[in-house]
Write a protein of this length. Sequence first.
Length: 496
Amino acid sequence: MSTTTLKTEPGIKTNAGAKTIEVVHKNINGNNQNQQTLKDSVTLHGVGLHTGENVTMIMKPAIAGYGIRFQRIDLPGQPIVKADVDYVTDTSRGTTIEHQGARVSTIEHTMAALVGLGIDNLLIELDGPEVPIMDGSSREFIEAIESAGIQEQEARRIIYSIDSNIHYYDPVKNVDMLAVPSNEYQVTTLIDFNSPVLGTQHATLKHLSEFKSEIGPCRTFCFLHELEYLLDNNLIKGGDLSNAIVVVDKVVSPEELSHLAKVFKKQSIEVKQEGILNNIQLHFTNEPARHKLLDVVGDLALVGSNIRAHIIASRPGHASNVEFAKKIKQFIKRNKHLSDVPHYDPSQQAIYDITHISKVLPHKFPFLFVDKIIELSDKHVVGIKSITFNEHFFQGHFPGNPVMPGVIQIEALAQTGGILALHNLPDPENYDTYFLKIDKVRFKHRVLPGDTLILKMELINPIRRGICEMRGTAYVGNKLATEAELVAQIIRKDKK
């Protein structure tokens, strides 16, 4: 039987850089939008389900942006493998990742616990090839994390909202998985093994705040005929009736029960009407379906991005979970640029209207190219420019085929950046901004009459000595039209 030892140790530092991104959703687990790690290290001891080896596992804090990584401290060079779907090498009896000689098996229950408690950054040290099975659920990992404490970090959590359906189907195994847009990360699972004992079961996780109590304690399970095969082939050396639910799907003779009792070092084993070996009391009537949901959460954590979607999984398994995770990751990679596109609702009230803008900026008609400001913070600004055929530049710029000149788009970004540069000054009307440098300019999409140009400027570095470095992007709908990096200087008007 697995044992657990919890202790705290000094935190570590890693060599990863922090990544910050604006997030438009509540924290996965509560109201905090920032990334999280542990306050202190915590140690667990147990055995690997398949290897049967005693393993010591230490979860250590890591800086923002580090992600989840496993380190094999028992191997030469102590190699590290990132918890990422690209490194999955085996899904036959759990989820295994491997990179540069570091192989780590049965990671799904730990990964599910980290997702359930909102842990973004962690280094997990192991002195063996497999994460300890503990009681076959995420419960003891959750308890370990809570004993160490959770530390909020000064970096925004990256959350990707799935805005269209993503579907995966395996006709051989009859596995069907679907991600649909949702305001929360939700998971629904259905299992159907044609078993008179289990029947058809459903489980649902409506919010990750429910994971700890409703999903975390649910243990892994297998059928008796699977157990016999695994035992005969010496494949679950760490298996124990305390870390798995065994569903009895056939009539078992007294001789077979006696044999199993010897294998598991029990005085006796019995089966009653419930169909569970040794009559283990289920935590929930649908505990097997809930554990499948736990596996889905753990395996989809390997996407590498927190997602906002409703996952609907019918008859899922580790192989299908991983294939679905790969499909979601590809979708995010293909559409990631859309996550930075500002949302523009024409009915929303402007932060600054044209009257205020004309007071702050020295530009006037016909050279004022920002109609209103819809977002403004210390680090970014979003402005709007409505393009009509009446713009003066269309008279001479392709009048038979009107296209907004690229240099005017850059000027519109520059003026929007001027609002950002002057934002923190008590008397912005007494300052002007002069652009010193324009770099990395790219024009990717035509801007035409009737378009609404969304102008976004973000600070690259804090403003120092009046020098303001910004990255600008201009969008038409979800399409990137123009991008550039601009450097400006803030100068007081009476000191020119």
